[in-house]
Design a protein around this ligand. Structure first.
Ligand SMILES: [Zn+2]
Length: 151
């Protein structure tokens, strides 16, 4: 025969077991939670994604200077342009002075008064920089720059 006390004790035991089970159960997900947090702490991947975005960011950064280069630099070069001891003249109209020199990317272009543009492979940005003054102005367009330079 079960005494009432004993029955209650059994019940409590069952309850305790159930409670332990319940307590254990939430802990099952718990290790998973840290795992998922660790996974997102591997957010490492998440962190490397922003890093990848930073990597993606670099090219645009690099593009900024190259976009400036694309816009190019220009200067007037009124005197005859002597390259390798030879006066450079426009292959299209024969003009040999009143140039606008354009430094675009790694190239230097000659632009005569008539607007003919000729690539001058013997000149490079280093030469351009040696011969140009400091950039004092930024022109939104080539035309604007040319106008400013009187072309
Ligand atoms: Zn010309």
């Amino acid at each position: 025969m079960f005494s009432r006390k004993r029955a209650i004790r059994e019940l409590r035991k069952d309850q305790q077991a159930a409670t332990e089970l319940l307590q254990a159960l939430p802990e099952m997900p718990l290790p998973q939670d840290p795992a998922t947090t660790a996974g997102s702490a591997t957010g490492g991947p998440a962190a490397s994604e922003p890093a990848a975005q930073v990597d993606d960011f670099l090219p645009p950064d690099l593009r900024v200077p190259s976009r400036d280069e694309l816009a190019g630099m220009m200067m007037r070069y009124d005197k005859p342009l002597v390259i390798d001891g030879e006066v450079r003249s426009c292959p299209q109209c024969g003009a040999y002075r009143d140039w606008v020199l354009l430094s675009v990317r790694d190239e230097v272009w000659l632009r005569c008064r008539a607007g003919h543009e000729t690539l001058e492979p013997r000149l490079d940005p280093a030469w351009y920089n040696r011969n140009s003054g400091p950039m004092d102005r930024w022109h939104p367009t080539l035309e604007d720059g040319l106008k400013h330079l009187g072309h």
